[in-house]
Design a protein around this ligand. Structure first.
Ligand code: PEP
Length: 248
């Protein structure tokens, strides 16, 4: 049975000390689950102390970004090898904030996905349409282009997770309805089947992200093709993150 994944993206919130306090409480309060994995993605500066705390726990550590070169004169960047060495097992690639604020293109994201996977970590590739693209009925075209370009040159889905994050739902409080999300998840699954074969489509995890909260998690997770969630705002508070992890 494939495990689901509940991932928290802390964005640019929590100092190292705040991260440590949060994770200590999370460790104390979280239940043991056999059917789901839990991942926290703190800012870079918190990775080392959080990694220490997560040793010998089932909670995994993720990073929010990576640079695709091995090493070199790339001021301000962090390599995949550096992340791996401090205990990171997953990297969020192509989050819409990276695409829209930091102008990351599908081609750059493709390099990041490849570097993450070839370094032995899991890449969580984020895709999603903007509001005007949805209103112009371009959602499926946008998703197809993003998936194809970001996965160009990749020949299997090992080490790959896809997160469907409609841009209009991120940090806005407006989540996609479970039916809207399911429709796109099914489309992504069929696309994965076309690109990599039906067994990859069955085994890959497709997460939903966009204003996931305690109030909507159960209905989202009840959808057939939603295999987990990528949570921003609601992963910053212990109570709400615990309730989301504990979806029924
Ligand atoms: C995110 O950061 O990936 C996200 C989905 O944010 P939020 O849950 O706050 O919408």
């Amino acid at each position: 049975m494939k495990k689901s994944l509940v991932a928290g993206n802390w964005k640019m919130y929590k100092t190292p000390q705040e991260s440590v306090t949060f994770v200590q409480e999370l460790k104390r309060s979280v239940k043991n689950y056999e059917d789901r994995d839990i991942l926290v993605c703190p800012p870079f500066t918190s990775l080392v102390p959080v990694s220490e705390l997560l040793k010998d726990t089932p909670i995994k550590l993720g990073a929010q970004n990576v640079y695709f070169e091995e090493e070199g004169a790339f001021t301000g960047e962090v390599s995949a090898k550096m992340l791996k060495e401090v205990g990171v097992s997953c990297v969020i690639c192509g989050h819409s904030e990276r695409r829209n604020i930091f102008m990351e293109t599908n081609e750059i994201i493709n390099k990041k996905v490849k570097k993450t996977i070839s370094t032995g970590m899991t890449a969580i590739l984020c895709v999603g349409e903007k509001l005007e693209e949805r209103e112009d009925e371009k959602t499926f075209d946008i998703i197809e282009t993003q998936v194809q370009r970001c996965l160009d040159g990749i020949d299997n889905t090992e080490g790959l997770v896809i997160a469907y994050e409609p841009v209009w739902a991120i940090g806005t409080g407006k989540n996609a309805t479970p039916e809207q999300a399911e429709e796109v998840h099914l489309f992504i699954k069929e696309l994965v089947s076309k690109l990599f074969g039906s067994s990859s489509a069955e085994s890959i995890l497709i997460l939903y992200g966009g204003s996931v909260k305690p109030e909507n998690i159960d209905l989202l997770m009840a959808q057939k093709d939603i295999d987990g969630v990528l949570v921003g705002g609601a992963s910053l508070k212990l109570d709400s993150f615990l309730r989301i992890i504990d979806y029924r």
